[in-house]
Design a protein around this ligand. Structure first.
Ligand code: ARG
Length: 461
């Protein structure tokens, strides 16, 4: 039996859609998240249609009022979504027609769901990028405040997770700042390509109505109009770019999470996380686990997965729109949600960690971390670097034999390996001597860290 009352497109159909197919093809369960943007796009489109004489002023007023009421009922969770109406676009259009009658049927003039949905996602993503940028800034500010407090704190810098050379904690934190700053720049760059309007491309070839695309774009705050109708309806590069930028954010947060987890272990014991950011164990009463950091590390996989999903979604598609594209939304929404929550977690937690400065220092003192400084000292006194490396290697070996650290060796022990060594060596072997010596832009000396913080604050404005 033909059911002409449910579908907005069933004029050429002779039987009702199979129930399974209806459920399989419907997207409303997830694309209803786009409702606000769908309505915003429709109001702009209708305003343009009135401007070019396709709608009367009265029709436009009815449409605008109707859509605003629908918006209110959706916001108040009073709207009834129907799977039979497939997606957010047709649910809203049908509700409008039910509310205002035949005028509602005119809204879709000169438009297709293909350019409509591409517009909705771009409007949605533009807002989400702005929120993400604010969160990145909040994280950066918290990071700089913490770095400022830890300009002089010393901990062992590591390579291969082995003690390498002492660094200031402020400097270590600024490494994270650099990463987050690049993440911010990538989001801003991505936004410029998100901010281009597909509307007007209609199904794929454009429309025969004398539309004013510039007007619609201005109403919606789009910087540019997508210049090729085939590309406009099918392009999802912007979603892939966003997910790639989000993947880098998550990769950074995951590396950072890893440090936080290591540092809060009894073995490192460099930081204390506030209790409110941790959880306990149901069996081991002593436990305080860094779950927030662990979950951020764990959630990173979802975003990498979404990137792969979107790239794969697009790779086999001929021009122009294909229904495959409906599959862009869930990975995109999940990415937005995951990266946003992870950034909130970090922006809240980072400024609240308490560094255990004594433990950091004690760790830096161990492991002969100033051995390179001693080699450089010998070079300054005229020894070729390779010979200096050998001398210091022997001294480290001697220190290990004696169960000491390099700076604890007596002057006599030191001089047994090289007569070039004099009393001034102990300043060179000290942690402060080591970090202060690296006093160039990008170096770990407290003076440089201060400058880098000031420069970063200037950038943030
Ligand atoms: N729900 C669809 C999507 O998300 C909307 C566009 C459908 N267009 C079509 N010609 N069936 O892509």
């Amino acid at each position: 039996m033909k059911d002409k009352n449910t579908k907005l497109w069933d004029g050429r159909f002779n039987e009702a859609t199979d129930a399974f197919v209806e459920a399989f093809t419907a997207s409303v369960d997830f694309d209803k998240q786009l409702a606000r943007y769908d309505i915003q796009g429709s109001i702009a489109h209708a305003t343009m249609l009135q401007h070019i004489g396709v709608l009367t002023a009265d029709e436009l007023a009815q449409i605008t009022t109707g859509l605003s009421q629908i918006q209110d009922s959706i916001a108040a969770d009073r709207f009834t979504w129907s799977i039979a109406l497939e997606d957010v676009h047709m649910n809203i259009e049908k509700a409008l027609t039910d509310m205002i009658g035949n005028t509602g049927k005119k809204l879709h003039t000169g438009r297709s769901r293909n350019d409509q949905v591409a517009t909705d996602i771009r409007l949605y993503l533009r807002d989400r990028i702005d929120e993400i940028c604010l969160l990145l800034r909040r994280l950066e500010t918290g990071l700089l405040d913490l770095a400022e407090r830890e300009v002089d704190t010393i901990l062992p810098g590591m390579t291969h997770l082995q003690t390498a050379q002492p660094v200031t904690f402020g400097h270590h934190l600024l490494a994270w700042f650099e990463m987050i700053e690049r993440d911010h720049a990538r989001m801003v760059d991505c936004r410029s390509r998100v901010n281009s309007m597909p509307l007007g491309a209609a199904a794929l070839a454009g429309t025969s109505y004398p539309i004013d695309r510039k007007m619609t774009a201005d109403l919606l705050g789009f910087e540019t109009v997508a210049m090729n109708s085939l590309d406009a309806v099918s392009d999802r590069d912007f979603a892939i770019e966003f997910t790639a930028a989000a993947s880098l954010i998550m990769m950074h947060l995951s590396r950072w999470a890893e440090e936080i987890i290591l540092w809060s272990s009894a073995q490192f014991d460099y930081i204390e996380l506030p209790d409110r950011f941790c959880t306990g164990s149901s069996i081991m009463p002593q436990k305080k686990n860094p779950d927030v950091a662990e979950l951020v590390r764990g959630k990173t996989g979802r975003v990498f997965g979404a990137l792969t999903a979107l790239l794969t979604l697009m790779k086999g598609q001929p021009l122009a729109y294909n229904r495959d594209n409906q599959e862009d939304k869930e990975p995109l929404f999940d990415t937005v949600q995951t990266v946003t929550m992870s950034l909130i977690a970090f922006a809240d937690m980072i400024p609240e960690m308490t560094p255990k400065r004594d433990n950091m220092r004690a760790a830096a003192v161990k492991g002969h971390s100033t051995a390179t400084d001693l080699a450089d000292y010998l070079v300054q006194k005229g020894l070729p670097f390779r010979d200096a490396h050998e001398v210091v290697g022997n001294l480290v070996s001697r220190a290990i034999e004696l169960g000491m650290d390099l700076p604890d060796l007596s002057i006599q022990e030191l001089q047994q390996q090289s007569s070039l060594i004099t009393d001034d060596v102990f300043e060179v072997l000290s942690l402060e001597g080591s970090v202060n010596a690296r006093n160039h832009p990008g170096g770990t000396a407290p003076e440089q860290v201060q400058k880098a913080i000031a420069e970063a604050r200037r950038k943030l404005g």
